[in-house]
Design a protein around this ligand. Sequence first.
Ligand code: SAH
Length: 225
Amino acid sequence: MNLSAENLPDRIRLLMKLRTSGISDTRVLSAMESIPREIFVPDSFRDKAYDDTALPIDSGQTISQPSVVAWMTWALQVTDRMRVLEVGTGSGYQAAILAKLCRMVYTVERHKDLLKVAEERFKQLKLSNIMTLAGDGSKGWKVAAPFDRIIVTAAAHSVPAALLDQLAEGGIMVIPVGSDTEQLLLRIEKTPNGIEQQHLMSVRFVPLIEGGKMTHTRHNTTSAA
Ligand code: SAH
């Protein structure tokens, strides 16, 4: 049997690439291994689903690059007891990976059409620990706060105050901050002595659009009515 990299299934090849690029956290790697990225990309890009690149999705948005998803997930240091807020559901890929690692994911998306498709994917994968909300995630999700972890997957000009407020004491937030074309990924920790901030890497995300009201909530779980 020939075990050269070209003959391995695409998903395994991507995992090997992530590993060689320095991601060694086995929980993050196995969560990524268990989520089929091909169902989160448009049909026309299916053959590129396991390339390490961002890809276009509907409504002019993007599904993030797998290595950036891996680094952000790693930087969050999620455990299985945690409640995690994601701002920017997009395709739902990042939320699905988080759902494998924590107790409950709360994900907010301003494009209802994207959210609807993401919810169908969560159902298809039988991920019952994801709650979804259509609206402006820069305001967080007040009734469900505080959150142990917050991940923002759209670029903010500055860290939204509501998100800092809704981060639990001891909590960690990962968020790209900068201009619309260039951003730094920040890891923010709320410690008893105040906010500690670390720069992780430069990244490029679509902008976080602030403003607009929350229109309605929907739960994709059958039991959460
Ligand atoms: N996490 C996604 C990638 C998201 S792309 C994935 O895994 O596929 C960023 C998303 O943030 C887009 O879908 C965009 O519509 C959304 N977004 C931008 N501003 C937002 C806001 N204020 N509130 C909620 N979602 C927002």
